[in-house]
Design a protein around this ligand. Structure first.
Ligand code: IPM
Ligand code: MG
Length: 407
């Protein structure tokens, strides 16, 4: 067969459009933006988005804890909750939009949102090929830092992942091209501005929290241009943070090191491109006790969105187990939301309740099926713990009893 030059021309034209979009985007990024100062906002609007599958049920558990903790602020008019409807797979397919316009407009009326997982049709599953609502929201609201903490105090693990959230294979994930029936190409995007801001976010976090090491994770030995750029930029930025050591690892060996008890407690802050971050944070969540236990903050300068790190679990719903879905991940995200809008003490209370109920005391255990508790029962347990005036003493006691002594 002769080379299909027409197909090549069509692909080039498409590529040209993609490049134009991205060069324009970079110009916007160069302008920079100020961070929202929550101490100056009144009222702070907190949107609640149920999502699909197990989403509405687990989001409801997080919502009631937030509403309880913020009652005073709500009564004083400082915080307002707002329910956002319509971010469902049915409505998104009906409107053929990753996020229908009226829903996006509602989301933009909130300073922060707590979002249940949303379902994404997979290419070839018979449904229209709409983009993931998560990915779209991250791009639309420019939520560039996906912050995912994982802590297992008894194993000396205290990791915070800074996953870049708007670039890499995700940026153009629905704009790849089938050049011919035999050749498919996706595009991987790394920009200077996009890399600088995530690396700085990681180092700033390290500095604010007394961390001494930031680990940059790439595959720059193979993916030379884009990962090479990410790593080079990180090395330059690291020079501005004396007292914080930067080390660099490749993603493959890093996934192994997270399982290495001799090494893993050395890692503190990890900064990495989008897809590697997606994969390794599921692994890290599993090490902590399951992806259902880890929270995720999607931080932008203007807006932020907090969510579970897992999906909408259509399998659980199909098998009639939705009521057994663990709300811990989205509750953890709720704790991060509280911290982000300036209520660190309240956020800490939720983190402590999650540690006590999920890791230490475990009076109620979830198995994801009828052999364990329901999400509602676990939500009651968390709520009772959050309300306990002795929560700090309880938590301190467990931490003391289980933390290994440093020799
Ligand atoms: C996550 C999820 C999403 C992602 C999916 C649902 C698109 O896995 O938040 O990690 O890949 O980012
Ligand atoms: Mg993921």
């Amino acid at each position: 067969m002769p080379i299909d030059t027409k197909a090549i021309e069509a692909a080039k034209e498409h590529f040209g459009k993609v490049l134009t979009q991205q060069l324009e985007r970079v110009e916007t990024l160069k302008k920079g933006q100020e961070w929202t100062d929550f101490s100056k906002i009144n009222p702070i609007i907190v949107g609640i988005i149920g999502g699909d599958g197990i989403g509405p049920a687990i989001a409801a558990e997080a919502q009631r804890i937030l509403e309880h903790l913020l009652k005073q602020q709500v009564d004083a008019g400082k915080v307002r909750f707002r329910t956002i409807e319509g971010l469902t797979i049915e409505n998104r397919i009906a409107k053929m939009k990753a996020i229908p316009e009226d829903v996006l407009a509602d989301i933009k009326k909130c300073h922060v949102t707590l979002k249940g997982p949303t379902e994404t049709p997979e290419q070839g599953d018979g449904r229209p090929n709409i983009e993931s609502a998560n990915v779209s929201m991250r791009k639309e609201l420019d939520l560039f830092a996906n912050v995912r903490p994982v802590r297992i105090p008894q194993d000396g693990i205290d990791w915070t992942f800074f996953r870049e959230n708007t670039e890499d294979l995700y940026a153009l994930g629905s704009q790849g091209i089938n050049v011919t029936p035999d050749v498919a190409i996706d595009f991987r995007l790394i920009t200077t501005q996009g890399t600088e801001r995530i690396v700085e976010a990681g180092f700033d976090f390290a500095k604010r929290n007394g961390k001494t090491k930031v680990t940059i994770i790439t595959k720059a030995n193979v993916v030379k241009t884009t990962d090479g750029k990410f790593l080079t930029i990180a090395r330059n930025i690291a020079k501005r943070y004396p007292g914080i050591e930067m080390d660099a690892w490749y993603i493959d060996i890093m996934t192994a090191q997270l399982l290495n008890p001799l090494r893993r407690s050395e890692f503190q802050v990890m900064v990495l491109p989008n897809l590697y971050g997606d994969i390794i944070t599921d692994e890290a969540g599993q090490i902590q006790g399951g992806v259902g236990t880890a929270g995720s903050a999607n931080i932008g300068k203007q807006f932020s969105m907090f969510e579970a790190i897992h999906g909408s679990a259509p399998r659980m719903v199909r098998e009639g187990r939705a009521q057994y879905a663990d709300p811990s991940s989205i509750v953890r995200a709720g704790a991060m939301l509280l911290e982000h809008i300036g209520f660190s003490d309240l956020g800490m209370r939720v983190h402590k309740a999650l540690d006590i109920c999920g890791q230490y005391e475990k009076k109620i255990v979830m198995t994801g099926r009828s052999t364990g508790a329901t999400g509602k029962d676990f939500g009651d347990y968390l709520m009772a713990t959050v309300r306990d005036p002795r929560i700090n003493e309880r938590w301190d006691g467990y931490v003391k009893a289980t933390t290994p002594k440093k020799s």
